[in-house]
Every structure is written in C-alpha cells, then in structure tokens.
Design a protein around this ligand. Structure first.
Ligand SMILES: Cc1cc2nc3c(=O)[nH]c(=O)nc-3n(C[C@H](O)[C@H](O)[C@H](O)COP(=O)(O)OP(=O)(O)OC[C@H]3O[C@@H](n4cnc5c(N)ncnc54)[C@H](O)[C@@H]3O)c2cc1C
Length: 465
C-alpha cells in the first residue's frame, strides 16, 4: 500500500474523480459528485460491495430532517452537536462536529427524496447520550438494506462501481497532487487509472492486526465485527503524503454480541430496562453509559462474557430487528418462566441471580439510582417470562483517522491541505474523541453519510473548475 512517484507513468484510462471504497461513504460521495455533473468511478476491492455498512444496523443520526418534522421531533444542529460533544467529554473538534451535524439533515432529505432511499425514524427508545429521536434507518434496521438502497441509487445515477478493484498503489507528483491509482484484480492483473481528484472512503484499520497492536493494544485480541477488507490503507497513504492523523486510539466497541453466534443484540434492551450480569449472577456496570465502552467491561468479566437479561416486554420491543430475528433463529435467545429455570438455563448461582433481580426490580419501582449511578426512573420491573442472551465484547470499527477540514480535504502536518485528496467515513477522524467512551451511537454512519456527501460535493467543485 504505497504512494509512488507519478513521473513517467502512463495511465490506461482517465476519470475525473475516483473513489476508493464502496461502503456508505464512497457511494454517498459518488452520488453527490454525480449530481454535480462529474464523471465518477468507485473502486471496490470486493466483487460485490458490502463493507462494514452492510454489517451495521443502518442507523444514521441526523437532525432537522423532514422525517423528524413529520414525527413532531424537535431537534437542531445545536442540540445534536451538544449531545456528541458531551459524549466525547468535550475532547473533540467542535468545528467538525458542526460540519457533520449541519450536513446530516440535508443528506437524509436528499437521499430519501432525491435518491429514493427508504428510511424511517427509529422510535420507541433513545440510544445512550441522544436527547432526541434522530436515528434514520431502513425499516428492517439492517445495514444490508441500506447498502442495497445506495447501490440501487448509484445504478440509477449511472455511476460505475468497479468490483474486484483493489487499490494497491497511489501515484502522486512532487507536490503530493494525486495523479492516479493502480488497481489489482482478483487474478493479479493490474490496471492504472488516472484521475483529477481522489476520495478515500475505505474506512479505518479494524481489520489490520498490526495497526491494532500499535494503536489500540487493549482490543488487539477482541473479536473484530467489522469488514475484514478495512486494512487502514487510507491512513497509510495519507501519512505518506504528509497528511495528519488524529485519535488513532479511538474506536467503537460493542458490549452485546451474542456468543458464540456472533450476532449483534440491540442495546435498546438495556436502554429500556434490561441489564447485564456476569456468570456469577452479578451486575458490574452502568449499562446506560453506552455500548461502546461496555465492550471492554464485558471482556474484563470472568470468561470475557456477560448475560443480557430482559423480559417479554423488551423482547417485543426488538423482535422486529433483523439481527434479533437471526439471534432467535440461531437459538441465542433463551426463555425461562421462572427465576429458577433461568438460573439453571444460564448456569449462574441462583441466590445471586435472585438478589440481582430483586434489586433491579426495587430500583425500577422506586426510580432510585444504583451504585453505578444508573438511573432506573424510566425502567419497568422485569417480569416472567425472562429472556437471556450470552454476549461478549467486540471491536466494531476504528474512529481515529485522517484529519480533514470542513470540505473533507486532508489536512497536512503543517496545517495546509493536500491538493486533491479527500477522506470521509471511517477513513477520516471521527468526532468521538480519543477513546472508546466518546462514541455516540451513529457517529460511524454520520461521518460516512454527512461527510461523504461533503467530500463528493467538494471534490466535484475541484475537478469541475
Ligand atoms: C455490526 C456493526 C453495526 C454497526 N451499526 C452502526 C449503526 O447502526 N450506525 C452507525 O452509525 N454505525 C454503525 N456501525 C459503524 C458503521 O458500519 C461504519 O462506521 C460505516 O459503515 C463506515 O462506512 P464506510 O463507508 O466508511 O466504510 P465501509 O462500509 O466499511 O466501506 C469501506 C469499503 O472500502 C473497501 N476497501 C478498503 N480498502 C480498499 C482498497 N485498498 N481498495 C478498494 N476498496 C477498499 C472495503 O472493502 C469496503 O467495502 C456499525 C458497525 C458494525 C461492525
């Protein structure tokens, strides 16, 4: 994954704008550039585009959208920005938070109204740290459906997505101006494609064990739940060209992946009254802090696992989620009519389990806070039948990346910008601060969609000159 001199290189073809990666970020950027009348080709290493986007729940946070208006949700750029900054404990760039929030609503309106994406407001619960209902997702709450919608929109816009096109080299001149790329095909043949601008939309380094060892050693052995093709290429190329990086130790973890099934179990269960216990039958944290930081907490429990505990009311809340349906179909969700049956099924000591249930039901009925500072005011008591899922903590995606400006141009170590190189989505530094606790739900697709659109528009402006 190198950057080499473009001097004397003859390209097989010339395209105005090339985009590396056909996840949400690359496809949104392509749609924006195409709308601006620019010739664009998306280069994707997989034969069929999927990326981490297809593995996600497809939930895109956005404010001031028409969908929110239709549902009488009062939200604003300021309210959303304040939520993001609070979750990151103030340790994030407020100007980039503003860029993402300000562009989020227009991006969702444009995708739904102009490009035919089917997105609805996620109702019924708020994710940790969100003060308003602002998650927009396909009705199935499935990232695979989000990808299907984006790929169809790209086809309608006559955008070429070149599958099996692994970008393995970038060519630049002495001023770090990108002249083109080398793609390697599945049969190892190569092609050289020239361009006037390049967008890096190839996500972060969750799939690269060496980079994880260097930047996020705590999670180097954790299950990586994202797309394996995300090898940190954007960061490698950006750094070689003098681009600055930020918060490389930041990531989104998740403390609720069914084990050993490897299926995401929605955090809505915790937000509405569910709890996590360890295999000794004891709670160990405030689940409402957020699912990202919970990955590390679950991994530090005996055996690196926990049990999600909930009841029939909560099961009904998530029963429409595609992931949950899969979890039930694979036998990951256990049901018990009594505490005794539950204890036997999940093999935790009955005395501790009973004490834990009594305690949380007491907290839920009185609305008191517990020793972890969890507020039970909005929780109901858990009543039989009980449900339990064994879960572990995992790494979803990295949040650090290339530093970009408000036009998604890559900022250099000296504080300038690279001439014609842009980054968005997981390739760019997110707004979650330096560690795992700063991730507000949806910060991943926020950068892919809101910043992806900015990258497409800015690159189109540059090559349209
Ligand atoms: C299980 C799970 C659930 C999630 N749920 C949510 C959610 O509900 N909401 C949310 O906001 N975020 C969620 N996330 C995070 C979200 O999926 C990512 O932040 C987002 O998809 C990033 O989009 P992207 O376009 O940057 O990357 P991707 O979708 O990963 O796309 C990058 C693409 O680049 C390709 N690529 C990489 N290197 C090269 C190369 N050298 N040449 C050519 N192609 C290359 C890859 O193959 C890939 O297709 C979730 C993540 C996971 C793992």
């Amino acid at each position: 994954m190198s950057v080499v001199s473009a001097e004397g290189v003859h390209f097989d073809a010339e395209i105005s704008l090339l985009i590396v990666g056909a996840g949400a970020s690359g496809l949104v950027a392509a749609l924006a550039a195409r709308d601006a009348g620019v010739e664009v080709v998306v280069l994707e290493r997989d034969l069929v585009p999927s990326g981490s986007t297809a593995l996600s729940s497809g939930m895109i946070p956005a404010c001031e959208t028409r969908i929110q208006q239709e549902n009488n949700v009062t939200d604003s750029v300021q309210i959303m920005a304040a939520d993001i900054i609070k979750k990151a404990r103030g340790d994030t760039d407020p100007s980039m938070v503003d860029v993402m929030c300000r562009n989020s609503g227009p991006a969702i309106d444009w995708l739904t109204e102009h490009h035919g994406l089917d997105l609805t407001l996620v109702e019924g619960f708020l994710y940790p740290g969100h003060s308003q209902l602002r998650m927009h997702a396909p009705p199935s709450r499935s990232g695979a459906d989000l990808m299907r919608g984006l790929v169809s929109a790209a086809e309608r816009a006559e955008i070429d997505i070149l599958g099996g096109a692994h970008v393995t080299q970038i060519f630049a001149d002495a001023e770090a101006c990108i002249k083109g790329v080398k793609i390697t095909r599945p049969d190892d043949t190569t092609e050289l494609i020239g361009c006037s601008a390049l967008i890096l939309a190839c996500n972060g380094f969750g799939g690269n064990a060496n980079m994880l060892r260097t930047h996020i050693p705590d999670m180097r052995d954790a299950l990586y739940f994202g797309h394996p093709g995300n090898q940190g290429d954007a960061i490698t190329w950006g750094q070689s060209l003098g681009g600055a990086t930020q918060h490389l130790g930041s990531y989104q973890g998740h403390g609720s992946v069914a084990h050993p099934h490897g299926i995401l179990i929605s955090w809505a269960l915790m937000m509405e009254g569910g709890v996590q216990i360890n295999r000794e039958g004891v709670r160990f944290s405030n689940e409402l802090d957020g699912y990202s930081e919970q990955a590390r907490r679950v991994l530090s429990q005996p055996g690196g696992i926990a049990w999600n505990l909930f009841d029939g009311r909560l099961r009904d809340l998530v029963s429409g989620f595609e992931d949950f349906k899969q979890a039930e179909a694979h036998g990951a969700v256990l049901k018990a009519g009594t505490v005794e049956e539950l204890g036997a099924k999940i093999n935790v000591p009955l005395t501790e389990l009973r004490a834990t249930l009594d305690r949380i039901n007491h907290l839920a009925s009185t609305g008191e806070k517990d020793e972890f500072d969890r507020d039970f005011t909005t929780s109901s008591t858990l009543i039989p039948p009980y449900y339990a899922v064994k879960v572990t903590g995992s790494l979803f995606h990295t949040q650090g990346g290339l530093k970009v400006d408000s036009n998604a141009r890559i900022v250099t170590e000296e504080g300038g910008v690279l001439p014609n190189l842009f980054a968005s989505g997981g390739a760019a530094c997110g707004v979650s601060g330096p560690e795992d606790w700063g991730y507000l739900s949806g910060n991943g697709l926020l950068s892919a969609v809101a910043l992806g659109r900015v990258a497409g528009q800015s690159a189109a402006k540059l090559v349209g000159k």
